[in-house]
Write a protein that binds this ligand. Structure first.
Ligand code: PLP
Length: 355
């Protein structure tokens, strides 16, 4: 049976990414060795790193003055690396969910943190809009897509201080104006590559301004200078990332993906709103295009487990909601085909008819 992969992360990747990476694990570039057993300094791997970095910049139209890095440690490492490099006296954070809270907690180790707004009182089901960013903050940190709660900032906001964004779960889902950001980071395992890799886009001119000593590995300047090769990078995830970047380019780039993502999300949200059994959990204007959260209407709550099993029997995988929201979450990342969304919608309709 065909599986429809709605996992939240690690999550679905393009078939070509998986196939090409599998080939390179067996025989990389026809050299008779696996990509896993050669030097990262070999000319073959250097070419992979160079091409991945260049394509990453091309797809997001990243201008001069920014560096793109591939690092280990995941997005969670960036929660600490950002303040290490940018925090002097005070930082501002927008608290929109579990990941935003974790980022904020790390920053507190470095000094005064202003939580400009939080939607915690409503179980993070919306993104606060009314807040003031202190003009004396060293930076302002946002989480553009809240993977667990299914809310998303659909625009690049303006900030009077350097803007830092965790884009783990919506990078490459829509065109972004990188020039509005000082730094963007994320774990690769939602829209780009297998786990074990983080990407960082950093404006070179924001670095080197803090007075603390920064451990070499945690200093962005180390990795800029060494082209993400200060130490051994996660070579297989970088190779896979390159395959996904190529797939996105072949499709026609990020604006094409955005169009498909909007279409997929609209189809599913329309069904959630129409179907008598279900309701969405996120504020309508903040609904995520990547993680679509829904629960059963109160009078049908007792059917939740049954629908989970019904969906699983139809090959719909990974739709159980995160424990902090309950219900269901369908992650509709770039690589998820529209046919999978339609399969889920069909299951929702069929289940409605039976009840
Ligand atoms: C998954 C996720 C993280 C954590 O990523 P790791 O690579 O596991 O550290 C952080 N932020 C957001 C928004 C996420 O979706």
């Amino acid at each position: 049976m065909k599986k429809h992969n709605f996992n939240a992360g690690p999550s679905i990747l393009p078939q070509s990414t998986i196939e090409n990476t599998a080939k390179a694990i067996l025989d990389f570039d026809g050299i008779g060795l696996s990509i896993m057993e050669i030097s990262h300094r070999s000319k073959e791997f250097q070419a992979v790193m160079d091409e991945a970095t260049a394509l990453f910049k091309e797809l997001l139209a990243i201008s001069e003055g920014y560096s793109v890095l591939f690092l280990g440690g995941g997005a969670s490492m960036q929660f600490a690396m950002v303040p290490f490099n940018l925090f002097e006296k005070k930082a501002a954070y927008l608290n929109t969910g579990t990941w935003a809270s974790k980022a904020l907690k790390e920053a507190k180790l470095f000094g005064e943190v202003i939580e400009v707004a939080s939607s915690k009182e409503a179980n993070f089901n919306y993104i606060p809009k009314q807040y003031t960013i202190p003009s004396d903050a060293d930076y302002f940190h946002i989480t553009t897509n809240n993977t667990i709660f299914g809310t998303e900032l659909h625009e690049d906001i303006d900030s009077p201080v350097p803007l830092v964004a965790d884009m783990s779960s919506d990078i490459f889902s829509r065109p972004i104006d990188v020039s509005k950001y000082a730094l963007i980071y994320g774990g690769a395992q939602k829209n780009l590559a297998p786990a074990g890799l983080a990407f960082v886009i950093v404006k070179d001119s924001v670095l080197g301004k803090v007075s603390r000593a920064i451990p070499t590995m945690l200093d962005y300047r180390t990795h800029i200078k060494e082209g993400s090769m200060f130490n051994t990078p996660p070579v297989v995830p970088v190779y896979a990332a390159l395959q996904t970047l190529k797939w996105m380019k072949e499709l026609g780039g990020i604006s094409v993906l955005e169009k498909i993502n909007k279409e997929k999300a609209a189809l599913l949200y329309d069904e959630i709103d129409r179907n008598k059994l279900f309701k969405g959990t996120a504020a309508i204007e903040d609904r995520s295009l990547m993680n679509i959260c829904f629960v059963m209407n109160d009078e049908y709550k007792s059917l939740e487990e049954e629908f989970g099993k019904f969906a699983a029997a139809k090959g719909l995988i990974g739709i159980k909601g995160h424990r902090s929201v309950g219900g269901f979450r369908a992650s509709t990342y770039n690589a998820l085909p529209k046919a999978s969304v339609i399969a889920l919608i069909d299951a929702m309709k069929e289940f409605e008819k039976a009840h």
